[in-house]
Structure formats: structure tokens, C-alpha cells
Design a protein around this ligand. Structure first.
Ligand code: NAD
Length: 488
């Protein structure tokens, strides 16, 4: 039976749909209405999934057959493509993403799966005749059961971003997806789990939270954790994982600076700044949340960007005219607004107040209009801490060095954008920024063949690119004396 036909969204463990004693209710953040029930994983489900993955890894049919892995990953990619519209629908209903933004997320999954199918076929190591008759070779071996933990803001793209390389490497996996997107998780579990050729127990998907996530992190049977989420949780996971000296790949929070130099093409830059703020309602690790503007163009930016942000049409995913959907829930709307109020009381100047939608047909939902605040002190909490909502701060600079120093004065280093028509400035600034990704005259452009990840508090290790496989393999050096002594 398909998960989408059942009334309760369930886990996929050892090749079977599995229920839990504890159930929760899924809510549409645009209306506050219940949209379904889900099984919530705790200790028992996480342990059952780990056991299944451990058994599947012990059977060599998966870890030693890279052709099978590549074939399965390509078939999985086909399945995600075939059901893309359904995934977009689920994300709209449960996560609040407009259909355009849902499509943006969903399109990543098949591309990532196909890239990793190719990666499964490139597991070549190095070898050498180190001296006469003596050889060394390095083989890559799958590390074992991979624990994958993904957040609610993009469960399709981020779950698959970790699962695909784990499977390509020959690991088995337990994917802990968040309860906030339980209905979507169930479709992900179906598309992954029911892929023809995938042995039972190789890819298990549970819907849970910190309890089931912590079981993965502490289990001695899970040698690697691939985590996407906040910097605070990443630190806890790294500390807990150290008890078993397990490796951790951490893709964490961000505070992306968008630097507008005096010669920036504002007709291109300003719509990009708006997108950088409103895509996924500002609930994106790469949300452009710090605008650094050369003082000579600051007045124009205040006026024109202010007008663009006031014009953003906030609404449910079901309305094709919506440009920005709701926040994940009402408590997060209150949390975001409190941070804005605090910033104003600490001296931030309001350019666009935005804020919660409290009247009209949208009042029952968790809507928050885009907000733009001008600040002069880089140490303010609103500049230093991730808001995870559509709140942008603006600061002015006079020199390139000042812009770089302000951008780098942050615990985070995930991504940055530079806007300039000069030929020298963008590359020079990109190289000076403490940031895992830098876009010139653009924002949030990611490709599977290029590494993605964070400097400083934004993470450890890399997703995507050729480095993605490193979290899931052991390198083994084998020294050979095969006996090439000349015959007498
Ligand atoms: P979070 O860190 O609170 O939780 C993420 C997931 O981790 C949860 O769904 C839960 O299942 C699990 N979890 C929570 N505590 C745990 C613990 N102690 N042990 C094990 N598992 C635990 O993050 P969130 O609020 O759900 O997501 C938003 C955050 O994710 C933001 O900071 C955002 O920037 C970050 N993020 C980063 C990237 C990236 O690629 N760098 C992408 C998307 C989101």
C-alpha cells in the first residue's frame, strides 16, 4: 500500500510501513487547519531502524555492488521526477512553500540522486609500485550505517542531499525527518523505500525530532552522522558524537551578507535581494539577511528596496499570486517579531516594519510580512544571530575593506553575495570573504558537482561536489608483496 493512501503518515523501516504508539497532527501553517495524522518516532522506532540498517549493511550485496547502487539511485531519481507535483503539493500544504518555491526545492532531489549515481561508479583509489615488487593501493570502503538528520525547512532537498551520497558510498541509512513535515516525509519514504532493486533495510525513514535524532547520534552502531540544522544543535551533536568518536558532517545556520558596491546594477540586484529574503519565507540557511550598501547608493536602496518589499504579496501556497508563504507556525511568528521589537528598542531604524498579519483572511495563518531595519552597530543581536524569517538589516560602508570586515564579523560563514559591475572587485572580495559559497551578481545558486558548506559556525565538512562522499567512506591502505621476483 502507498503511504499517501493511508490516513496516518508512517515510518519506513526494514522495507515496511511501521506505525508508532504516539501520533501527532499535521497542520497547514497558512490556515491553522489539521491536514492529517502521523506516527512519531522515539527510542523504539529509531532503534528498530538502526537494527534494520545494520543487518542490511552486513549483507554484502549492497555495499560491494556499485552497479546496483548506481541503478537504484537513478531509478529513485526517476521516481522523484514522476511525483514532483505531489511533493510540491505536500510542501505547499504542510510547509507553506509557494508552488514556485516548492518546485525549486523538489528539483534538487533527482539531480542530486543522479550525480551520486555517477559518483557510485567513480570509487577509484590510488595505487603505486612503491619499490621494486612492492605495491600499495588505497581502497574506499563504506563506513557502515549512516545517521541522517534533516530540518523542516527543506526536507526533500536536504534529506536527499545526505541520503544520496550515503547510498552511493555503499552505506545503509536511517533518515530522521522532522515531525513538522510528516506528510511530506511519508511521500519521501515511499519514493525512496519502494524503489525497485533497493534491498530492504538499506534506506529507512522515520519521522521524529530530537529524541529519535539523539538515538542515532549516540548509537555505537551508527559510525557517521550527516546533520543539517541549527548551529546550536550541531554543537550538541558534535559533543554527543564524541563519546563514540564518530564522524559528523554538519551543515548549519547562516547569516548571509549581500554586498552592494557603488557600481552595482540595481535593476538586477534589488529583485535578487528581495528573493534572497523571501524565498522559503526567510526560513532558508542561505537567506540574505544582512545588506551591506555603499553609502553613495544607500538612499536609492532605502527607497526602491523599501517599495519592493512593501509590495511583496504574502499568501497561501494555494493562491498562485502568492510570492511568499507563511512561517512554519505561529510560535515562530511571535519569536521573529520579538527579535524585531528588541532590535528597534536597541536603536534599529525602521525602513519597512512588516510583521505578523493579524487581520483579514490570512489572520488564522502564520504570516509575517518582510521587514527592513537599518542599523549602525555590527554587534547588535539582529545582525549577529540567525532570525530564520523575512527580516533584513541594512548597513552602509565606504570602503571595500570595511565591507569585507563587516561581512566577516560573524560567527557564521555559509554564503555571501557580491554585486558589482567591476571586473576585479567581485573576485577579490569573494576570496577575502570567510564563506563556503560566494555568488557574484546572484544568490543561492547551487550545483551538485560543486561543494556546498560552511566556514566557522556554519558547519564542518561539505555536501555536494566530490567531497560529499568523504563523510561516508573509510580509506584503507593495502600494502602488497605479490612476489614479482624474477624466475630462476
Ligand atoms: P534544529 O537544529 O533545531 O533541528 C534540526 C533537526 O535536528 C530537528 O528536526 C530534529 O529532528 C533534530 N534534532 C534536534 N535536536 C537534536 C539533538 N539534540 N540531537 C539529535 N537531533 C536533534 O534546526 P531547525 O530549526 O529544525 O532548522 C533550522 C536550522 O537549520 C537553521 O539554523 C538553518 O540555518 C539550518 N539549516 C542549515 C542548512 C545548511 O545546509 N547549512 C540547510 C537548511 C537549514
Amino acid at each position: 500500500m502507498s503511504a499517501t493512501e493511508t490516513s496516518v503518515a508512517k515510518h519506513w523501516i526494514d522495507g515496511q510501513w511501521t506505525d508508532s504508539e504516539e501520533h501527532g497532527e499535521s497542520v497547514n501553517p497558512a490556515t491553522g487547519e489539521n491536514i492529517g495524522e502521523y506516527a512519531m518516532a522515539g527510542l523504539k522506532e529509531a532503534q528498530a531502524a538502526i537494527e534494520a540498517a545494520k543487518r542490511a549493511f552486513a549483507d554484502p550485496q549492497w555495499r560491494t555492488n556499485r552497479l546496483l547502487r548506481a541503478r537504484v539511485l537513478n531509478r529513485m531519481a526517476d521516481r522523484f521526477e514522476e511525483r514532483a507535483d505531489d511533493l510540491v503539493e505536500f510542501l505547499g500544504l504542510e510547509n507553506g512553500k509557494t508552488h514556485d518555491q516548492g518546485r525549486l526545492e523538489v528539483a534538487f532531489a533527482p539531480e542530486t540522486l543522479r550525480f551520486n549515481a555517477a559518483l557510485a561508479l567513480t570509487d577509484v583509489g590510488t595505487n603505486s609500485q612503491v619499490s621494486e615488487g612492492e605495491f600499495s593501493l588505497v581502497v574506499r570502503q563504506a563506513v557502515g550505517v549512516a545517521g541522517i538528520i534533516a530540518p523542516w525547512n527543506s526536507p526533500v532537498a536536504l534529506g536527499i542531499r545526505s541520503l544520496a551520497p550515503a547510498l552511493a558510498a555503499g552505506c545503509s541509512a536511517v533518515m530522521n525527518l522532522p515531525w513538522q513535515t510528516a506528510q511530506t516525509n511519508s511521500l519521501i519514504a515511499e519514493l525512496v523505500g519502494e524503489t525497485p532493486g533497493l534491498p530492504p533495510g538499506v534506506a529507512n525513514t522515520i519521522t521524529g525530532g530530537h529524541v529519535s535524532g539523539d538515538v542515532l547520534v549516540r548509537s555505537p552502531d551508527v559510525p557517521t552522522i550527516s546533520f543539517t540544522g541549527s548551529t546550536a544543535t550541531g554543537k550538541q551533536i558534535m559533543a554527543a558524537a564524541s563519546a563514540n568518536l564518530k564522524r559528523v558532517g554538519l551543515e548549519l545556520g547562516g547569516k548571509t551578507p549581500l554586498i552592494l558596491f557603488e557600481d552595482a546594477d540595481l535593476e538586477l540586484a534589488l529583485p535578487t535581494v528581495v528573493s534572497a529574503l523571501i524565498v522559503f519565507s526567510g526560513q532558508f540557511c542561505m537567506t540574505g539577511s544582512r545588506l551591506l550598501v555603499h553609502e553613495r547608493i544607500a538612499e536609492r536602496v532605502r527607497t526602491e528596496l523599501g517599495a519592493r518589499l512593501r509590495a511583496v504579496k504574502v499568501g497561501p501556497a494555494a493562491d498562485p499570486a502568492s510570492q511568499m508563504g507563511p512561517i512554519i507556525d505561529k510560535p515562530n511568528v511571535d519569536r521573529i517579531d520579538k527579535l524585531v521589537e528588541e532590535a528597534i528598542s536597541q536603536g534599529a531604524t525602521v525602513i519597512v516594519r512588516g510583521g505578523p498579519v493579524t487581520d483579514g483572511p490570512l489572520a488564522a495563518g502564520a504570516f509575517y510580512r518582510p521587514t527592513l531595519l537599518e542599523v549602525h552597530d555590527n554587534s547588535m543581536p539582529i545582525v549577529q544571530n540567525e532570525v530564520f524569517g523575512p527580516v533584513l538589516t541594512m548597513q552602509t560602508f565606504t570602503t571595500e575593506a570595511e565591507a569585507i570586515a563587516m561581512a566577516n564579523d560573524s560567527q557564521y560563514g555559509l554564503s555571501a553575495s557580491v554585486f558589482s559591475r567591476d571586473v576585479d572587485v567581485p573576485l577579490r572580495v569573494a576570496l577575502a570573504l570567510e564563506s563556503g559559497s560566494v555568488w557574484v551578481n546572484d544568490w543561492a545558486r547551487l550545483h551538485d558537482q560543486f561543494e556546498e558548506g560552511g566556514f566557522k559556525g556554519s558547519g564542518v565538512g561539505r555536501m555536494r561536489g566530490f567531497a560529499v562522499i568523504d563523510d561516508f567512506v573509510e580509506f584503507k591502505h593495502v600494502r602488497l608483496r605479490p612476489g614479482t621476483t624474477p624466475a630462476v
